[in-house]
Design a protein around this ligand. Structure first.
Ligand code: DGL
Length: 260
C-alpha cells in the first residue's frame, strides 16, 4: 500500500502549486495529479455541484489506486471535504485560507483575503474566520475572473493586472499588512502581486502547511513510501495541456489528456 501514489485534484491547474510543495517535501512519493479544467471555475458553482465534481474526481483517483487524496482546492475543501471523508475510507487532506497565520502576523490588525465565492460563502470558512478574526478587520474579496484567465494561459496579461488592481484597492485603503491567498490558483499571481503591493504587505498561502500535513498523515497511517525504486509523477487534464505544461516547468513529465 505505501508505494501507491498520492492523489491530488483541483478544479484546474491551481493545485500544481500544492503538488510542487508536496513533491519538494516528499520526493520519494509517487503522485497522480488530476486537473478538472473542463469544469473550472468551481468558485461560482453551488455546493451540490462542487460536491458532485469532487466525488467524481475522488472516485477517479481511487480507481487509479491512490492511498491518500489531497483536495488541492479551497473551494472543494470548504464545500465538500466533510462528505468525502464520510463517504470514503482513505485519508483526505484539504486546504483552507490561512487566516490563522495572517491573524498572528498582522501588526496593523487588518488583513485581506482573496478567494472564490464558493470558499467565502462556505460554512467552514465562516467558522474558521470567526475563530481567528475577533480583533481583526478582514477585507474579503471574491477573485472573479482570475481562475478563468489562468486556465486560459493569460496569467501575465493586462486584464489580470487590472483585475488585481481593483481587488487590492479596498484592501490597501484598509491598510492591510497581510494578504491571504485563499485559492490555489492565486499562488501563481505572487510575482504580479509583489509588484502591486507595498513591500511590507506579506503574501500568505497554505501550500507548505498542506505538504507538512500530508507528510504527518502518511506517517500516522504508516503510508510513507519506503521503496526507493518506484516513483512516478503523472499529470492528467481534461483541459489545455499547454497551460498545465507551462506552469509545471519540468522537462520530462507524464502529461495526459483525459476525456472526463
Ligand atoms: N483552485 C481552486 C481553489 O483553491 C479554484 C477554484 C475555482 O475553480 O474557482 O479554490
Amino acid at each position: 500500500m505505501s508505494s501507491k501514489p498520492i492523489g491530488i485534484f483541483d478544479s484546474g491547474v491551481g493545485g500544481l502549486s500544492i503538488w510542487n510543495e508536496i513533491h519538494q517535501l516528499l520526493p520519494m512519493e509517487s503522485t497522480i495529479y488530476l486537473s478538472d479544467s473542463k469544469h473550472a471555475p468551481y468558485g461560482p458553482k453551488g455546493q451540490e455541484v462542487i460536491t458532485n465534481l469532487s466525488i467524481k474526481n475522488t472516485e477517479w483517483l481511487i480507481n487509479q489506486g491512490c492511498k491518500l487524496i489531497v483536495v488541492a482546492c479551497n473551494t472543494a475543501t470548504t464545500n465538500a471535504i466533510d462528505i468525502l471523508r464520510e463517504k470514503y475510507a482513505i485519508p483526505f487532506i484539504g486546504i483552507e485560507p490561512a487566516i490563522k497565520p495572517a491573524a498572528i502576523q498582522s501588526k496593523s490588525k487588518a488583513i485581506g483575503i482573496l478567494a472564490t465565492k464558493g470558499t467565502l460563502s462556505s460554512r467552514l470558512f465562516h467558522k474558521t474566520s470567526q475563530l481567528y478574526s475577533s480583533d481583526l478587520l478582514v477585507v474579503e474579496q471574491i477573485g472573479n475572473g482570475i481562475v478563468e484567465l489562468i486556465e486560459n494561459g493569460a496569467l501575465y496579461s493586462n486584464e489580470m493586472k487590472h483585475l488585481l488592481q481593483n481587488y487590492l484597492e479596498p484592501m490597501l485603503e484598509a491598510e492591510i499588512d497581510c494578504l491571504v491567498l485563499g485559492c490555489t490558483h492565486y499562488h501563481f499571481l505572487t510575482p504580479i502581486l509583489k509588484e502591486l503591493l507595498p513591500e511590507h504587505v506579506k503574501i500568505i498561502d497554505s501550500g507548505k502547511a498542506v505538504a507538512r500535513q500530508t507528510m504527518s498523515v502518511l506517517e500516522k497511517n504508516m503510508l510513507l513510501n519506503e521503496k526507493t525504486t518506484v516513483k512516478t509523477n503523472r499529470f492528467y487534464t481534461n483541459g489545455k495541456e499547454k497551460v498545465i505544461a507551462s506552469l509545471l516547468k519540468l522537462e520530462a513529465v507524464s502529461l495526459q489528456k483525459l476525456e472526463f
